[in-house]
Design a protein around this ligand. Structure first.
Ligand SMILES: NC(=O)c1ccc[n+]([C@@H]2O[C@H](COP(=O)([O-])OP(=O)(O)OC[C@H]3O[C@@H](n4cnc5c(N)ncnc54)[C@H](OP(=O)(O)O)[C@@H]3O)[C@@H](O)[C@H]2O)c1
Length: 301
């Protein structure tokens, strides 16, 4: 079958190749993939092994049901998440690594959800109750940031969306941002929480604007810069907390929830680029160059 494999020699870091067909185990299904989404964490992954098939998010149709009788039957539309193997015509996943897509949700919308949607949702939950709280989202223009903005707004927070430039912040007010700011410098002190996908000096700037008891949830390090706390940034800082967020555990319940929100038009998937996976290089370079407002989703074929 055709797949995208890790290829450090080309600018996008991915090339098309023929690879062996995957074979499902007893508790797994084989999916004919319809759409995949790109995540920064997988397209800029320095430790990716050349020749392997990356790909976390993929939607498609069950081609072979699990032989142990668990999971959905052949022909069911599903969205899947796994550590690799999604950038291909077919993938194998465990029956607990998928959700059934409601009829009203497209393969393209569904494919945008797993990593970015589950992370945005989980990171907002990790703060705790935020009704009426001031929450800063750093990297709000990105894939995770646009979902986190919507969930923080839904949860009742006053949302401050921090972006790299005013151009990048377009549309965030419609998602529920009460303020859109460039960088972190314009943000006033007294934050209850910050969700950060950028890292480096931006995280420290958010930390130093927390009110007593506040929390920074560190999700990512898009800036690829070290995060350096100075000597007086941490001692006696009135019970501030730093939580390093990583999604662990089951995904189906959260994916079902995200799909139900999309089907009720209560969650905007913010897909900024869509097209055949033959346009993969264009999409990856847009993502790497910070030119996407939200997600890139590619269709297979
Ligand atoms: N912990 C987890 O479970 C988890 C899950 C998903 C993602 N992540 C991590 O979270 C981060 C964001 O992921 P994503 O998929 O949302 O990426 P994305 O769509 O590319 O968004 C990244 C955002 O970071 C901002 N940014 C600021 N400085 C940057 C720089 N020097 N280089 C690149 N971007 C910069 C960009 O701002 P502007 O657009 O305003 O320029 C962009 O909106 C990544 O580090 C990813 O690995 C972690």
């Amino acid at each position: 079958m055709r797949a995208l494999v890790v290829d450090p020699k080309v600018p996008a870091g991915l090339s098309f190749a023929e690879v062996p067909e995957p074979t499902p185990g007893p508790h797994q299904v084989l999916i004919d993939i319809a759409a995949i989404s790109l995540n920064r964490g997988e397209v800029v992954r320095k430790e990716a092994v050349p020749g392997t098939v990356p790909g976390w998010d993929a939607s498609g149709t069950v081609a072979v049901a699990a032989s142990d009788g668990s999971g959905p039957p052949v022909g069911t539309r599903v969205v899947t998440m796994n550590k690799m193997g999604g950038f291909a015509e077919r993938r194998v996943v465990g029956v607990d690594q998928l959700s059934v897509i409601p009829e009203s949700v497209s393969f393209v919308d569904a494919a945008s959800l797993p990593v970015a949607g589950i992370t945005g949702l989980g990171a907002v939950r990790a703060i705790g109750p935020i009704v009426g709280r001031r929450v800063l989202i750093i990297g709000a223009a990105g894939g995770v940031g646009r979902f986190a903005t919507q969930f923080a707004h839904k949860a009742g927070a006053y949302v401050i969306a921090s972006v790299g430039s005013s151009e990048r912040g377009k549309g965030l007010d419609e998602l529920g941002a009460d303020e859109v700011v460039v960088g972190v410098d314009p943000v006033a002190d007294g934050l209850d929480a910050a969700l950060d996908t950028v890292g480096g000096p931006a995280l420290i700037a958010a930390w130093n604007r927390l009110r007593p008891g506040g929390i920074v949830v560190s999700i990512g390090r898009a800036a690829r810069e070290d995060t350096v706390f100075l000597a007086y940034d941490t001692p006696m800082r009135d019970n501030l907390r730093l939580l390093c967020y990583n999604h662990t555990g089951p995904i189906t319940e959260d994916l079902d929830y995200l799909l139900s929100l999309v089907s009720r038009k209560e969650l905007d998937t913010q897909i900024d680029f869509t097209g055949s996976w033959t346009k993969m290089e264009e999409a990856v370079l847009l993502l790497k160059d910070r030119k996407l407002r939200g997600k890139a989703v590619l269709t297979i074929g």
